[in-house]
Design a protein around this ligand. Structure first.
Ligand code: SIN
Length: 492
């Protein structure tokens, strides 16, 4: 028998079903709710307020008001509140991890890791927010002096995905709050509970009312429409698919909002003959099967040089045969489900199409009709760049393997995509690692490493994978405007 989510928590008041606007917990004006489903059991675990455009507009207005006092505070005052929020998240890690696993399906160990990762952005930006600097600029005229200052951009709208229900929120909200902005956030409808639990902890940290608003709802068009058209919103930050990102950018054009976009990927992982396979194997398991393949930086195309091709496939098959797909509450599970049945159908369609186009199916590749949105670990080999799968983001536990001969061929194949988020290279040659890393048209490159994300380093893509950088010392820039101030008549 499954224990109800609320009974699994040490602190049941972290499980919220109302939205959070202006520092209060609210129902939808319509009183409508939507179901949140555990993707491993298909059981309803919560019924959450289903808001729309009207409540979104109200939240934006409250954010705009709240921000006026907040941005006038000393950075240290904002930092102290963020530090308190960070500590509360750390202190409640276990409950937050259980909530995340229940709504998203990832294993508890992964959820605990994500909570630590999520909290790290708050700590980092609490510190970085104190280090916003301007310039004193030499003037072209003897009677003038110029300076620049950086100021909070204004109300920020944030739209976040279901694959990392906590960290993708704090990576946006923490820098925004740290520099004096207020945020209106729409979490994915599949995973609103993690967002609401974060808001509860922000409330306990005494973040002033109106600075963080959580708009839960299934009508993404209505909520997104308000967020992108409302003149009070000065910036939109989005993590999600490239088609939706393009649409949001177009909608923001009308009011010339600043946007930052973390969009889809099609990451290559290039494994050269001289790679150390003992390094490669944990790296590929992390890059391909973390979150059951549902990450934007997942190794989507595995390029293997022909000298180690057969050995690599045999070792990957051995590793995949040890995976046990199941629910987080079953201690034997190693991997969780996909997020919905539609996700399972999409992944399966890509696999079947690749096989129809001549791919070799080494293992997996079959949907089953048991409870939960599971898809087995699947290995496809002998793929070519002419096949449809070469251009598709798989978002599932499917290892798509392409043989190659030369370094140049691997670089050409890697760059032959409109996407440019993350890429990985495995080689023991220092010269080759530099050459290839420089040639790859990606925002992030891991050399002999796939666990590349952290709060200290910049996360973001080029080409159709997005714009802007999150985390790191650059992560504040997207929430700041530069103002130039000219002092004239200085010779009087
Ligand atoms: C993502 O791929 O969606 C985010 C992964 C990360 O931050 O490591």
């Amino acid at each position: 028998m499954t224990i109800p989510l609320i009974d699994q928590l040490a602190d049941a008041s972290l499980l919220k079903e109302q939205a959070y606007i202006g520092g209060r917990w609210v129902d939808a004006q319509s009183n409508n709710t939507f179901d949140v489903v555990d993707p491993a059991t298909q059981k309803i675990i919560a019924r959450v307020a289903d808001l729309g455009a009207a409540e979104t507009a109200q939240a934006i207005e409250l954010a705009d008001t709240a921000m006026r006092e907040w941005r006038a505070k000393a950075p240290k005052q904002r930092s102290d509140i963020l530090e308190r929020w960070y500590q509360l998240i750390v202190d409640n890690t276990e409950d937050l991890a259980i909530i995340m696993s229940a709504e998203q399906g990832k294993m508890l160990a992964e959820s605990r890791g994500e909570i630590a990762y999520s909290a790290s952005f708050i700590k980092w930006f609490a510190e970085e927010g104190k280090r916003v600097y301007g310039d004193v600029i030499s003037s072209a005229q003897t009677d003038r002096r110029g300076i620049t200052i950086k100021q909070a951009i204004g109300v920020v709208a944030a739209i976040t995905p279901w694959n990392f229900p906590s960290a993708m929120i704090t990576r946006k909200v923490a820098p925004a709050l740290a520099v004096g902005c207020a945020v209106v956030l729409k979490p994915a409808a599949e995973t609103p509970l993690s967002a609401l639990a974060l808001a509860e902890l922000a409330h306990r940290a005494e973040l002033p009312a109106g600075l963080l608003n959580i708009i839960t709802g299934v009508d993404a068009v209505a909520i997104g429409g308000e967020l992108t058209s409302n003149k009070r919103v000065k910036k939109l930050t989005f993590t999600g698919s490239t088609p939706v990102g393009k649409l949001l950018m177009a909608q923001c054009a009308n009011t010339v909002k600043r946007t930052s976009m973390e969009l889809g990927g099609n990451a290559p992982i290039v494994i050269f003959d001289d790679a150390d396979l003992d390094l490669v194997m944990p790296g590929i398991i992390n890059a391909k099967f973390r979150n059951s393949g549902q990450t934007c930086i997942s190794a989507n195309r595995i390029l293997v040089q022909k000298g180690i091709y057969d050995t690599f496939i045999a070792r990957l098959q051995d590793a995949a045969s040890t995976f046990n797909f199941g629910t987080y509450s079953d201690g034997n599970s190693t991997h969780g489900p996909l997020i919905t049945q539609t996700a399972v159908d999409n992944v399966d369609a890509k696999v079947q199409h690749a096989v129809a186009q001549g791919a070799n199916l080494v293992c997996g590749g079959e949907k089953n009709d048991s409870t939960g949105y599971f898809y087995p670990a699947t290995i496809l080999t002998d793929l070519t760049r002419e096949m449809a799968i070469f251009n598709e983001e798989i978002f599932g536990p499917v290892a798509a393997i392409y043989p190659f001969d030369t370094e140049q061929q691997a670089i050409d194949m890697s760059n032959d995509t409109p996407f440019g988020l993350a890429a990985y290279v495995y080689t023991e040659s220092m010269r080759r690692s530099w050459r290839v890393a420089e040639a790859l048209e990606y925002g992030m490159v891991g050399v002999n490493e796939t666990a590349i994300s952290a709060e200290t380093v910049p996360f973001g893509g080029v080409k159709e994978s997005g714009q802007g950088r999150e985390g790191s010392k650059y992560g504040l820039d997207d929430y700041l405007e530069i103002k130039y101030i000219c002092f004239g008549s200085m010779d009087k």
